[in-house]
Design a protein around this ligand. Structure first.
Ligand code: PRX
Length: 660
C-alpha cells in the first residue's frame, strides 16, 4: 500500500453530506425504463443469466453458447464462442431497422460550425473509411493509434477500425509527443490517424506536428508506416510524402459498400492507457462482446434512455474511457441521438454549454464534478439565461461529487427535479458499476449508492473481510463482469499484481469506500499513488520521473492536494542539483511546470512547485509523501517520528505556509 495516503484512515462522509434523500417523482417513475426493484435480486441470483439476457439485445453473427469462462482467473472470457461485429451493432442494424434517418451525431465545432450525421450517413462514412483503412493494410488483429480532436471523424475512425476487427488506441489530444510515442510503441501501432489540429479556447491546437515529433523520437524508427490526416483546423502542417496521407483526398476513392464480418466476442476492441502507480502507463485491454453488452445496458438503464425522443450529451473527450463507452459505443449501440462538442465550456463564454443544451434540446446531460464546480464559481446567473427545460436526467462521473455541487447541479441545471446519477467506474471496469437507477433509487447527494444489477461490489478491510454497514475500507468487485479489463497489454503479470494479488479472485479497484447504514456505497478517493485531477487520473510516479529528467533536478516528490475546483491538484517538491547554474530559484517553478507539460501533457502541469533542500525520508530512505500532502493541504503535519531528520518537515511546512 502506498505511503501517500495509506489505507483510508478516516471513514467520514464528505462535508455537507446529510441523511436527506430525493425519491424519484411519480411522473419520472411512471415512464422509466427500470421500475421493478426485483431486477437487483433476480440478477444477483443468476448474474450470468442476467448478462446473457442483456447480450441478446445485440446482434450476433454467431450466437454464443457459453456465457462466462472463469476457469483461469483473473483472465475472464465472456460469450467466447459467439461472434459479432461491434461497428455494425452501432450502425447498420439501426439502419436496417428503419432508423437510418435518425440523427446519430449533432456536431458542434468550437468556432460555431455544425454538422449533423444521421445513422444512415454515419454508417456510409464508416463503411468508406473501413475500405480506406483496408487499402492501407489494416486488418484483424492490428492496432491503430488515434490522436484527434472531438470531431465526427474521430468517431468514424474508431468505428472503422472496429469494423475491421482491428483495435484502436486513442490517445487524448492533450498528451505530449513523448506520451504519444510511448503509447504507439507499446501497442505497436502500424497506422496513426490524426488531424492537422482542433479548436480549443478560441485557438487552433495543433496535433499533426506533435505526431511528427513523436515519430521522430528515438532516432525516428517506429512501427508506424502511415499517418492519415484529417483536415480540420487549416493550420499549416509538414507533409512526409512517403508516409502521410490526407483523409479527405484518400476517402474519395472509396464507396459506401462494405459487408461487416463477425469477429469473436473476445477479439480486442481497444487499448486505452491509464496512469498507474508506477511511471509507465498501463495499456488497458477491452474486448468486444462483453464490453458492448455492459456499456449498452448501463447506458440504457442508468440514463433511462429513450432512443426515439432523447437527445443525449456526454461532455467527455473521446480520448478518455468515458468518451469510449458513453460517447461512442454505449449511445451508438443503443441508437441514441447525441451531441458532440469540440471545445471548452468557456469559449466564447461560460454560456456555451447551456446554449448547446438549449439549441439541441438536450434531455440527458453527463459531465464531471470539476466542470460543475467551475460553473458554480462563475455563478448561476449564466445558466439561468438559457432554456434548460428539456433536461430530464443528469449524470456525474470521474470523482466523488461533493453534496454542495450535487445540489447546485440539480437545482440550477436540472430545474430542481432532474435525477442525478452519480456513476462510479474506471477505465478498467469499462462501464458503469455503481450508480443509482433514476426510476428506482432515492438519491443521496454525494453517494454513487448501488451496484448495477448483475454487479457484485463490496467494501473490505485490509484483511479482505467485508466491513459492516457504517464502516469504511477498500472497494472490491466480487465477481467478473462483462466489460472488465482483460489484461494489461503485453503484461499479464502486471495485471495480476495490480488488481488481483491483494484479494485473490476479487478485483481491487484502488479506491477507498464506505458503506452507510443502508449499505449504500460512498466513494472516498484513491488509496494508491494515483491522483484525480479534474476527473483525470495522473500518477505521482510518472510526474516525479518527468521532473527528474530535467537536467537541473536532483530529486522530486509529488502529491495530489485537495483543490476546490479540480478535486485534487498536482503539488511537487523538488530538490535542485547543487552544482547546477541553469535555474535561478525564481525561474525554477515556471520552467519545471513547462517541462512537465511538455513531457506528459498540459493536464499534468503542477499547480505548485516548491523548491526545497531536503525531502522527508524514513531511516530506510523512503519519501513520506503523506506528510508532504499534509503540508500542501495546509494541515498540521502528521506523525514525523519515523523521519530520519524530524526538522525537515518543519522547514517545508514553513515554506509552504509562506506562499499561501
Ligand atoms: O477514483 C475513482 C474515480 O476515478 C477513478 C477512475 O478513473 P478513470 O479510470 O480515469 O475513469 C474515470 C471515468 C470513469 C476511480 O478509481 N471515480 C470515477 N467515478 C467516480 C469516481 N470516484 C467517485 N465517484 C465517482 N462517481
Amino acid at each position: 500500500m502506498s505511503d501517500q495516503t495509506g489505507s483510508i484512515e478516516s471513514h467520514h462522509l464528505p462535508k455537507g453530506a446529510t441523511a436527506e434523500t430525493y425519491a424519484p417523482s411519480p411522473e419520472f417513475r411512471e415512464q422509466a425504463n427500470v421500475t421493478d426493484p426485483s431486477v437487483y435480486w433476480k440478477a444477483a441470483q443468476d448474474p450470468e443469466g442476467y448478462w446473457a439476457e442483456q447480450a441478446q439485445n445485440l446482434q450476433w453473427t454467431k450466437p454464443f453458447s457459453e456465457v462466462l469462462d472463469w476457469t483461469n482467473p483473473p483472465f475472464a472470457k465472456w460469450f467466447q464462442d459467439g461472434e459479432l461485429n461491434v461497428a455494425s451493432n452501432c450502425l447498420d442494424r439501426h439502419v436496417a431497422a428503419g432508423n437510418g434517418d435518425r440523427v446519430a451525431l449533432h456536431f458542434e465545432g468550437e468556432p460555431g460550425d455544425t454538422r449533423t450525421l444521421t445513422y444512415a450517413e454515419l454508417t456510409h462514412e464508416v463503411k468508406r473509411a473501413a475500405n480506406m483503412l483496408t487499402s492501407l493494410g489494416v486488418a484483424e488483429g492490428d492496432r491503430v493509434a488515434i490522436y484527434m480532436p472531438m470531431i465526427p471523424e474521430t468517431v468514424i475512425a474508431m468505428l472503422a477500425v472496429a469494423r475491421l476487427g482491428a483495435a484502436h488506441s486513442v490517445v487524448f489530444g492533450g498528451f505530449s509527443a513523448e506520451s504519444l510515442r510511448a503509447r504507439i510503441d507499446d501497442a505497436e501501432a502500424r497506422l496513426v490517424i490524426t488531424a492537422d489540429g482542433g479548436w480549443r479556447k478560441g485557438r487552433v491546437s495543433a496535433l499533426k506536428p506533435t505526431v511528427d515529433d513523436a515519430l521522430a523520437l528515438n532516432g525516428g524508427g517506429s512501427t508506424v508506416s502511415r499517418v492519415l490526416v484529417v483536415e480540420r483546423a487549416g493550420n499549416d502542417v509538414a507533409f512526409d510524402e512517403d508516409r502521410d496521407l490526407w483523409w479527405h483526398r484518400e476517402i474519395t476513392a472509396f464507396d459506401g459498400e462494405h459487408e461487416a464480418q463477425g469477429f469473436p466476442a473476445e477479439n480486442p476492441l481497444f487499448i486505452l492507457y491509464t496512469s498507474g502507480t508506477t511511471g509507465k502507463p498501463k495499456g488497458i485491454l477491452h474486448t468486444s462482446g462483453g464490453y458492448l453488452t455492459q456499456v449498452s445496458t448501463t447506458h440504457r438503464d442508468v440514463f433511462d434512455l429513450k432512443p426515439d425522443t432523447d437527445v443525449y450529451w456526454c461532455t467527455a473527450d473521446i480520448g478518455w474511457i468515458t468518451g469510449h463507452s458513453y460517447v461512442v459505443y454505449g449511445p451508438l449501440a443503443n441508437g441514441a441521438t447525441q451531441v458532440i462538442y469540440e471545445g471548452t465550456p468557456e469559449t466564447p463564454d461560460w454560456g456555451r454549454w447551456w446554449s448547446i443544451i438549449q439549441k439541441y434540446g438536450v434531455t440527458i446531460f453527463y459531465t464531471a464534478p470539476t466542470a460543475i464546480r467551475a460553473c458554480m464559481k462563475v455563478g448561476r446567473q449564466v445558466p439561468e439565461q438559457y432554456d434548460l427545460s428539456s433536461i430530464r436526467v443528469l449524470g456525474s462521473v470521474g470523482e466523488p461529487i461533493n453534496p454542495e455541487a450535487w445540489r447546485w447541479y440539480r437545482e440550477v441545471i436540472g430545474a430542481g427535479t432532474a435525477p442525478i446519477v452519480d456513476t462510479w467506474w474506471q477505465t478498467e471496469t469499462g462501464a458503469i458499476m455503481i450508480s443509482p437507477l433514476p426510476g428506482l433509487t432515492p438519491l443521496k447527494p454525494g453517494s454513487a449508492q448501488v451496484p448495477q444489477p448483475g454487479i457484485s461490489v463490496t467494501v473490505v478491510g485490509e484483511d479482505g473481510a467485508p466491513v459492516e454497514n457504517g464502516q469504511g475500507g477498500l472497494l472490491v468487485v466480487q465477481r467478473p463482469w462483462p466489460s472488465m479489463v482483460r489484461t494489461i497489454w503485453g503484461d499479464d503479470q502486471r495485471f495480476i499484481d495490480t488488481y488481483w494479488a491483494k484479494f485473490g479472485d476479487r478485483y481491487f479497484a484502488g479506491d477507498g469506500a464506505r458503506l452507510d447504514e443502508d449499505g449504500d456505497v460512498w466513494l472516498l478517493g484513491r488509496v494508491d499513488d494515483v491522483m484525480n485531477v479534474s476527473g483525470h487520473r495522473l500518477s505521482t510516479a510518472e510526474i516525479e520521473s518527468a521532473l527528474v529528467e530535467h537536467h537541473a533536478v536532483a530529486e522530486s516528490a509529488v502529491v495530489g492536494a485537495d483543490d476546490e475546483t479540480t478535486g485534487q491538484a498536482v503539488v511537487a517538491f523538488v530538490i535542485l542539483k547543487s552544482q547546477q547554474s541553469i535555474l535561478s530559484l525564481d525561474d525554477a517553478e515556471p520552467e519545471l511546470k513547462k517541462h512537465v507539460a511538455a513531457q506528459i501533457g498540459a493536464i499534468a502541469r503542477p499547480r505548485q512547485i516548491f523548491i526545497v533542500s531536503e525531502l522527508p525520508k524514513t531511516r530506510s530512505g523512503k519519501i513520506m509523501r503523506r506528510l508532504l500532502k499534509d503540508a500542501a493541504e495546509g494541515r498540521e503535519v502528521g506523525d514525523t517520528t519515523t523521519l530520519a531528520d524530524t526538522s525537515v518537515m518543519q522547514t517545508i511546512s514553513d515554506r509552504v505556509r509562506s506562499e499561501r
